[in-house]
Structure formats: C-alpha cells, structure tokens
Design a protein around this ligand. Structure first.
Ligand SMILES: *Cc1c(COP(=O)(O)O)cnc(C)c1O
Length: 400
C-alpha cells in the first residue's frame, strides 16, 4: 500500500502538468536527496537565505534573491518591500498603509486572481488601459503613457504580469516608472522555460521579479523565487524571517540585510506566515541548478514519444490529435485532442469529468474544454501511466 492509500487518499494520473491543485511538478531524485540530507542538520535561516541569494543572483544576473513560499508569496513580499523599504514603522503597520503611498499601478488587462497576493500586503491596485482588441472595440492595447498619467503622490510602485505577448513591453513600463522613481514588481511565475527568461526579464531593469519554484524548476511545490535589487530583497527577507532575537545579537549577513539601515530589529513581519523551511530552500537551490544546467531538456524527446504513443492508440477514434511544440528544445510538447462531440454524443467537459471519476482518476488539462479539446501535458507521464491514460481516453471516446 502506498503512503497516500495509507491515509485513505487515491493517487491520480496527472496529465495536467505542474498545477498547484494537483501537487505541482515531479521532483528529481537529486532534489529529494538534497531535501532529506538538509533535514538532518540545523542552520541559521538568514545564513541559508544569504547563500540562496548568491545562487539566485547568479542564475538571474541580479543583485540578490530569496526563496519564498511560492511565487504568490514572493509577490506579497516584494510588494511589502516596495511599500516599506527599511522603515520599521511601515513594516509594523502592514497591511495597513496609513500615512504612506500604497497604490500599485497595473494594466487592467493584466489583472488576475494572483494579484490578491499583491493586495494582501496592503497595496491598492489602480488599473490603467484597455485591451480594445479583445473587446473588439478598437485596435490598441494598454500603452506606457497610461501608467505615467496614473502616477501620483500616493503611487508606491508598478505591478507587471509578464508573458511574451504582454503589452506594453516591460522595457517601456520600466522606463516610465523609473523616470518617476517608482519600482516595478514583475510576476513571471510561469514564464520558465525558456531558461533565458531567468535573466532577460530582470535585464529590462525591472526592480523585482518572481518565479515559481514548483513549476518548471521542479523544486518543492511550496517554493518560489524573488530576485532583483539588494535594497528591496533586504526589507523583503526582513519581513519573511522569524525575528525573535535581540538587536545586539542579531547578525544578518550584510549581503542580504543592511543592518545599518535599521534602528532596531523588526517584529515578525507580514510574511512570517510564508515561512520556508531549510529543506525546501536547499531542494529549490538544487532544482534551480538542474534547471539552469539544462538537465531537463533530455525529457522533451521522451515526452514526444509518449504523446505520439497516445496519438497512435487513439487512431481511428472520433477525435483529432495534434502535438503542439514551441520548438525551443526546452518546453515540453502538449497533445491536443479535439473531440468530435457529435460523433461521441458527449461534450469534452463530460469526458473530462468521467476521466476524473474513473479508477485511477485521470486529470487532463481543462484549458480547452469550451472548444471541445482535451489537453495532455506529459510532465508527469511515464511509459506505464501513458498506456493506461491512452486506453481510458479511447474507451471514453468509443463507449462512454
Ligand atoms: C502559478 C502562478 C502564480 C503562483 O505561483 P505559486 O508558485 O504557485 O505561488 C502567480 N502568478 C502566475 C501568473 C502564475 O502562473
């Protein structure tokens, strides 16, 4: 009996990839071994985060970094750092921002559920711009001048959600923000691979950038990265770490926290509930080293072979298969199964539900259901569960 069955929980076949609600990415053996070894010894967390900062700074070509409890918590910490700097009084007041600027300007078209993490620190979002192309009401999207026009005495910073198609380009937003001495916080949680994004996003001059540790990096699901300016990473880490010490004894590494900027030791900060364990930090660092070295690239061709195997097994059933591949040699391909809903007599949504209800439960990616598509992400597939998955989908398509 497996460990989950011992506790009455049934493992699933995950064909959705590194999604949080299904437990994230598979951790490589090296990462699991590192986690186990790190758990056996005690270390001061500030020293460990300082070591992490070095590794992250090198991987991202930034000044400093920290390991957070996921990219969402990095967004809260980054927002907190931009709001407070090293001001002890402001840190103590969060999430209330009475008496200091707390507005973050964001493009309306970049709003999502994840920006709750920014608001959680105390920031108030001020939306600008329109996506008139999506609205079918014009030809333009958000433009940089619209950020500038919204800046005022209460503006604290800018939130930018990065994707290759985000508009306006990040460089333009950084430029207008910096002209007004405002910091830009970038959510790039899911923007790896390509691994070049580790450096290229921060290279725009963006002040803080976040990545998930539990997606393509394959670290613990509960980790993330915040990287960027040292004078912001310091206040961020000061609001994350446990602060139960005496000011005189407290000796945080100078590469991480500039103690000379503080007249006392902060109390537990807004991020104290987002603590990251020593094992998680080490595991994330090992995973980051694997990711940056290209160790995962070899899996792209294996994933292709598995998806082709599914296509083969579905040959002749009422669906059209196509494999989507970015072709960058790093990103895993995706299999798109366009269900002939009329021939099958059921909607893709019902098939998706039926796959979840079966034994073992199968969770396909549900981003294309409204177009009649089941999507297969191969991240968690091996040769054995690929066969089960293909057989079950074929059965759903043919016999319902
Ligand atoms: C996944 C994701 C997050 C949250 O990342 P976690 O590491 O799960 O906290 C935030 N923003 C975007 C755009 C994401 O895709």
């Amino acid at each position: 009996m497996g460990i989950y069955e011992q506790f009455g929980v049934t493992p699933i076949i995950n064909a959705s990839g590194a999604v949080t609600r299904l437990g994230g990415a598979p951790m490589p053996e090296e990462v699991l071994n590192a986690f186990k070894e790190a758990a056996r010894v005690s270390v001061p967390l500030e020293q460990l985060q300082a070591a992490a900062s070095k590794v992250i700074a090198e991987a991202t070509a930034t000044e400093a970094g920290l390991v957070s409890a996921g990219a969402a918590s990095a967004l809260t910490l980054g927002t907190a750092a931009i709001l407070t700097g090293y001001n002890l009084g402001f840190m103590e007041r969060l999430p209330h921002c009475d008496g200091f600027p707390n507005e973050f300007v964001v493009a309306r078209e970049q709003r999502s559920g994840y920006d709750h993490a920014v608001r959680a620190a105390g920031a108030r979002l001020v939306e600008v711009g329109f996506n008139e192309i999506v609205a079918n009401a014009g030809v333009r999207r958000t433009e940089a001048w619209e950020y500038e026009a919204a800046f005022g005495a209460n503006t604290a910073g800018v939130l930018y959600v990065y994707s290759p198609t985000s508009r306006p380009p990040l460089e333009e937003v950084v430029d207008v923000a910096h002209r007004h001495h405002l910091s830009v916080l970038v959510d790039a949680a899911g923007e790896l691979p390509p691994r070049s994004n580790l450096k290229s996003i921060a290279a725009t001059g963006a002040d803080l950038v976040t990545f998930s540790g539990g997606k393509s990096i394959r670290g613990p699901q509960s980790t993330g990265i915040l990287c960027g300016r040292r004078d912001l990473i310091g206040p961020a880490i000061a609001q994350l770490l446990d602060m139960d010490d005496h000011f005189g004894l407290w000796n945080p590494p100078t590469s991480l926290i500039d103690k000379t900027k503080l007249r006392g030791i902060p109390r537990h900060g807004i991020g104290r509930g987002f603590k990251v364990s020593k094992e998680e930090i080490i595991a994330l660092l090992v995973a980051l080293q694997l990711f940056t070295s290209g160790a995962y690239d070899a899996e792209v061709s294996k994933a292709h072979a598995r998806l082709r195997r599914i296509v083969e097994k579905l040959n002749g059933s009422p669906a059209q298969c196509s494999i989507r591949d970015k072709g960058d040699g790093e990103s895993l391909p995706l299999l798109e199964i366009l269900v002939d809903e009329e021939a099958v007599g059921r909607k893709a949504m019902e098939i998706c539900q039926s796959l979840r209800n079966g034994v073992p439960p199968i969770y396909v990616s549900h981003g294309g259901l409204s177009e009649g598509k089941l999507l297969i992400n191969p991240l968690h597939l091996d040769d054995s569960n690929t066969e089960t998955l293909a057989a079950r989908i074929r059965q759903e398509l043919e016999h319902g």
